[in-house]
Design a binder for this molecule. Sequence first.
Ligand SMILES: C[S@@+](CC[C@H](N)C(=O)[O-])C[C@H]1O[C@@H](n2cnc3c(N)ncnc32)[C@H](O)[C@@H]1O
Length: 347
Amino acid sequence: MTELNAMLPFTPHPAHRDRVVVSDAFDLLRSLAPESVDLVATDPPYESLQIHRARGTTTRLTTNWFATVPNERLPELLREVYRALKPDRHFYLFCDEVTADVIKSQQGVGAVRLPNGARRCSCGFTYWKEIVWAKTTLDGGKIRGGTGYHYRAASERILFFEKGKRTLNDLGIPDVLMAPRAGVPGPAVKPGAVVRTLIEQSTLPGELIVDPFCGSGVAGVEARKLDRRFLLGDIDLAYLDPSLADLAPKGAVVSRASEVPADPREPPMLEDLVEGTASDEQLEAARACGWLDEDGAPSESLEKLLALRPKEREAAIRRALRIEAERAGEPLTLRAWRAWALSGRRR
Ligand SMILES: C[S@@+](CC[C@H](N)C(=O)[O-])C[C@H]1O[C@@H](n2cnc3c(N)ncnc32)[C@H](O)[C@@H]1O
C-alpha cells in the first residue's frame, strides 16, 4: 500500500505546488484524475536493461540498481499517461533502441504515416519521432562512446508523443540534444540540460509535470528552475536530489541528502548469514540491520530476501539497505553495506 492509495483520486490543484511521493508508478498514474496533468516526462526501468546486464558490458549495467518494468506492462503505462494528460499535451518517454522497437510494435506504429508525417498509436497518442540524447564529453565538445561493440552506444532515445495538438514552444530546436552524462550517483540519471529542453518545449510556467519513475528527481529540479509545478514518484527515493529532500514524505530515506558513509563493501551471501558461516562483523551487521535476531535466527525481512530468485535478489538487498534509515552508532560493516547499496559497485 503506497501513501497515495489513501488519497484517491488525486487531483493536482493549481494552488498546490510541488510533491514527491513514494509510490509504484502505476498506482501513482491511476490515482491521478483524468486530464489533470500538463506534461509527463519519464524514464522507466525498462526490461531491456536486463539484456545489457546479461551481456555484462559495463559495471553500471551489470549492477542490478533496480527492478525493471516488464515489456507487457508498457501498454498500460501509455494508457494511464494518456488518461492523466490534459488534451493537447505532450509525453516524453526515455528508453533505449530495444524498448523503442517494443513500444512501437505494441502501439501498432508501423510504416503508415499521417499526412503530417506522424503516426497513430493504438492508445490514442500521436507518435512523432525519437529525439536522441547524444552523450558528450564533459565540455560538450565531442561525442563520448559508451557500451557495446558494434559501434559503441553513445545515445539514448526519447520517444515523443502528443495527445491532441500542441505546438512546441521553439520550433528551431533540433532532435539531437547534446549533453554529458549527469555524473551524479543514481540509477541512469538523465542530464538536467536534456530534461530542461523537454520541459521548456512542452509547458508554460505554472503547468504541472509528472514523472512517476523520478529517480534523482531531475524533472523536478528543472521544473522548479523554470517555475513549473511537479509531482514526482518513485518506489525508492534514495537517489533523490538533495534539493528536493524537503518534499520527500516523512520517513522516506533520501540517502543523497545524508552523509555518505564508509567505503563500499558488498554483504556476504545471505545463506552464509543464516548458516552462521559469515564473519563475526558480518553477523553483527546483519543483527544491526534486523536481518538476524539476537540468537542468530533469520528475521522475516531476511526470509523474504532469501525467497527471491538470485537474479532479483541483489536489487532487493540494495533497496532494503538504502531505504532503511541509518541508526546512530551502526557497526562499520553495516555502514559499508549501505555505501555499497548506494554506489552500485559489484564484488
Ligand atoms: C531509470 S531510473 C530513472 C532515472 C531518472 N530519470 C533520473 O534521471 O534520475 C528508473 C527509476 O524507476 C524506479 N522504479 C522501479 N520500479 C518502479 C515502480 N514500479 N514504480 C515507481 N518507480 C519505480 C527506480 O527506483 C528508479 O529510480
